[in-house]
Design a binder for this molecule. Structure first.
Ligand SMILES: [Zn+2]
Length: 76
């Protein structure tokens, strides 16, 4: 999966396996063991799975940043 730019995550489906819900959140994370400091991965999550996915990453001590998806469009 490569959801690296904002265009591709704008109307993305939740990254949780088996979930078909529209994603409401983006989860930017990095694995310090395999990624350099300027490299981040992006998952997207629906409301139900935001905390699940964040917990999954935090349990591995990965840096995690959760932000509303498409916040730039919130003023529409
Ligand atoms: Zn989901």
């Amino acid at each position: 999966m490569s959801l690296s730019d904002d265009e591709s995550v704008a109307d993305a489906i939740c990254s949780r396996a088996g979930c078909r819900a529209c994603a409401q959140w983006r989860i930017d994370w990095r694995n310090p063991r395999i990624h350099s400091a300027d490299r981040t991965k992006t998952w997207v999550a629906c409301d139900d799975h935001r905390d699940y996915l964040r917990g999954f990453l935090e349990a591995r001590d990965f840096p995690v940043v959760v932000a509303p998806l498409g916040s730039a469009e919130a003023a529409r």
